[in-house]
Design a protein around this ligand. Sequence first.
Ligand code: SAH
Length: 360
Amino acid sequence: MAEAGAVSASLLDKLQSLVAANGPMSVGEYMTHCLSDPEHGYYATRDPFGVAGDFITAPEVSQMFGEIVGAWLIEAWQRGGAPNPVRLVELGPGRGTLMADIMRVAAHAPDFLQAASVHLVETSPALTRRQSETLAASGVEANWHTSFDDVPEGPLLLVANELFDALPIRQYVRLDVWRERVVGIDARGRLSFGIGPGVLDSGFEARQGSILEVRPAGEALMAAIAGRIAGDGVAALVIDYGYVESGPGETLQAVRGHGYTDPLDRPGASDLTAHVDFAALARSARAEGAAVHGPIEQGAFLLALGLRERAGKLGANADEETRQAIGAAVERLAGRAQMGTLFKALAVTPRGVVPPPFKS
Ligand code: SAH
């Protein structure tokens, strides 16, 4: 208890002196400090995944997720003319589990294996260490970068699972116009939301007090990815929780110990994210001349690519308990009440290519 308290208190101290010196900060700056502060940031200081952590991601639910994503990437590479060399890139790889599962599938595709070099883009030193342990145990050689811009040029095959939700958002509140929401300090010295000088001409009308979220860093990252794919070829797959149409609505959330908490409580001690605006990502990608497919729901994506068949194979020679666990994982990944509909998959390719299971 004392230790956890000390971590949050010192990021709180740091934020308080920043506000005292510079005035209130944007919600985006607040998120960046909470997630990525080198000393106290959430991802900088811990491994948050799994049953003992704060939340579970799809690759940690079951190896079936990574196997299907791996098969998708190899298929997309073939449809894209099987370029050699190709950079196989993952953004925000967490524990490295997804890439290890992808490479287990790639072991059955010698041409692909021969062409691909693995590049992981990660900002957290703690998670970089964790990824290198996972991949070393699987015999996978990888290169690490702290920014997508550092990935060497050439054809690109990219995957990002639950990365965009962690990129900072800015929030605007509907008053006379859309005015930027900021994080400052109240009279009692506690972090509190306020209204800053920034305004946004969004074109959206909404009731007084409504919140609108934008994610300039996410759109810029998507533009960089799509620009490379339109120019040098192959594909990207983005999977995350989010919404299909842009519009007002607050989705900023803090998660700690598998439950929701106040985003301003104990900064640095909880995961701070916001839902992904897939329409905004699609616009950024199209503006770079790339084709966008979907988003479709994660459940539909995985089932169309053979989730049930994989579960059947995996369970064929297993005992009853393992079969039940596999069934529960299918439900968790694809079920309506679980990750199946809230999570969506969006693909980016050069124009003229349609990867499965997308229809257009
Ligand atoms: N993809 C993993 C982890 C998701 S959590 C999984 O599905 O299990 C988000 C991941 O993105 C973490 O590894 C975090 O450290 C990383 N991350 C956060 N901001 C990032 C950024 N700007 N660039 C690259 N990685 C980032």
